[in-house]
Design a binder for this molecule. Sequence first.
Ligand code: A3P
Length: 221
Amino acid sequence: MAPLKVIGAGFGRTGTDSLRLALNILGYKTHHMKSFWEEEADTNPDDFIEAYKNRDKADWDKVYENYTAAVDWPTVEFYKDLVAKYPEAKVVLTTRSADSWYASALKTIHPASAGILENPADEQKARLGEMMKLVVLDGHMVNRETFKDEKLIKKLYLDHIEEVKNTVHPDRLLIVELGEGWNRLCEFLGKDIPDIPYPNANSKESFQEVLDAYNLPKPEA
Ligand code: A3P
């Protein structure tokens, strides 16, 4: 199915799941961290571990062979490689304030990914935990000590946004703020605006259901 036509450069908890659903509505097949949880997952954490360790030799067509778009981690870690590999692909940077991003991550993906690494339910989750440790936020997302350093973590978040802006040519880049609807996204991708509301998925509250549904360790209070 590759090559990738859309690359998400925004960190998890910036509306990446809604973007995944939106892109799927527009006709793409979109990779997201959630793709690893699907019953018949057609993506493998080991491919990303291998790509991280042997970056120059990564076979991106193979890694994303079942997808035409990719958002969220692990893709974010590799956005520069993918932007170079797929010159026709467009880049969407989802954003929100550093304060609200940190508050959201602190209650959701940080404890969930730390828990998966510490206490994986099965071998596939163990591989996922290893992948997160390597590719998500320089290992800080799974680290209960360093993730507490709000200043450091927010700086990484803001530095990443600046880096994307400075790296990706403006003609290929759309920066969207959490809560924006279809208009600019559809215009950017040359698609008609669908007749249904823009998705609103993966809230803090619904994240609890994900943890329950997939038997993931509960975040600490
Ligand atoms: P909160 O944790 O503050 O509820 P991701 O899918 O990247 O993990 O991001 C999820 C965050 O984006 C959640 O934030 C969720 O509520 C917010 N979100 C997703 N779609 C949204 C939309 N259409 N409008 C406003 N917020 C949205």
